[in-house]
Design a protein around this ligand. Structure first.
Ligand code: FPP
Length: 260
């Protein structure tokens, strides 16, 4: 298998698969501008790529797919774009639930949903409830999410426990902070993808991506098709994840079965 991923491989060709894939879906606006279309047309086209990424994740038996749909900073966009994006979320949530159920996908939204309209919050809660018993892929949509927000709300919760005497400040360690973050019940992302040519983390899962493999694609999100997704998996399959150890230590640990 080559790094360029020219040959489309099947699941057997991959030596390791990520348990959790996280994606910054970037480039919708530029995709639309290239076609002389309004930016919103790019977001609309991006929904198709959301669908194909979910399909690929289900096909490969990936446990979690997290998509960055709306950051805490995206409120700064022109009001019209924000409002069209909200409409798109509403429509997508309603339309896609059936398909998610058919594919045994459990939908979860992470982020501060309190800023969304009452109607959108209700739609989110209904879609989550409708898919709550599914046991396949967990599809997480990060909406009004920011990595710093996530860490801040975790610290705030811990501070309240200290204040009320439930917790000693000295007992705060990494695992306690992790346990207060969004999706603490799920594995951290193994593979972190950003489309659209930029090489930034842009306040996505700052804490949880500490050991993620980073994959940057030049493709605009609407063009990031199934084959492009497979190429990202192929890239991941070729990575050696050392978690701070040397290759020799890693081989030893793997033989002892202490590294996944
Ligand atoms: C970034 O591209 C994309 C977004 C801010 C929105 C992503 C939303 C979708 C793909 C729509 C549907 C999603 C779900 C989960 C239903 P950009 O606008 O920053 O592109 P640019 O960098 O080219 O301007």
């Amino acid at each position: 298998m080559t790094q360029s991923g020219i040959d489309l491989m099947d699941v057997d060709g991959l030596t390791q698969l990520p348990r959790h894939v996280a994606i910054i879906m970037d480039g919708n606006g530029r995709w639309a501008q290239q076609r002389n279309l309004p930016r919103h047309a790019g977001h609309k086209a991006g929904v198709k790529t959301v669908r194909s990424s979910v399909e690929q994740s289900v096909k490969y038996g990936i446990e979690v797919l997290t998509l960055f749909a709306f950051s805490s900073e995206n409120w700064k966009r022109p009001q019209k774009e924000v409002s069209l994006l909200m409409d798109l979320f509403m429509v997508a949530l309603q339309r896609e639930v059936k398909r998610l159920k058919r594919n045994d996908v459990r939908l979860r939204i992470i982020g501060d949903r309190s800023a969304f309209s009452e109607k959108l919050q209700q739609r989110i809660a209904a879609a989550e409830a409708d898919t709550a018993n599914n046991s396949g892929l967990v599809l997480q949509i990060a909406a009004n999410y920011g990595g710093r927000w996530d860490i801040t709300q975790a610290v705030h919760r811990l501070a309240l426990k200290v204040e009320s005497g439930q917790l000693k400040a000295g007992a705060i360690d990494e695992s306690l902070i992790s346990s207060e973050l969004s999706f603490s019940d799920l594995p951290d992302p193994d593979l972190f993808i950003r489309t659209g040519g930029e090489q930034r983390i842009s306040n996505f899962m700052l804490w949880q991506s500490a050991y993620s493999e980073l994959y940057f694609s030049e493709a605009f999100w609407p063009d990031f098709d199934a084959q492009a997704f497979d190429q990202a998996l192929e890239f991941f399959s070729n990575r050696q994840r050392r978690f701070g150890m040397t290759s020799e230590q890693l081989a030893l640990a793997e033989n002892k079965g202490s590294v996944e």
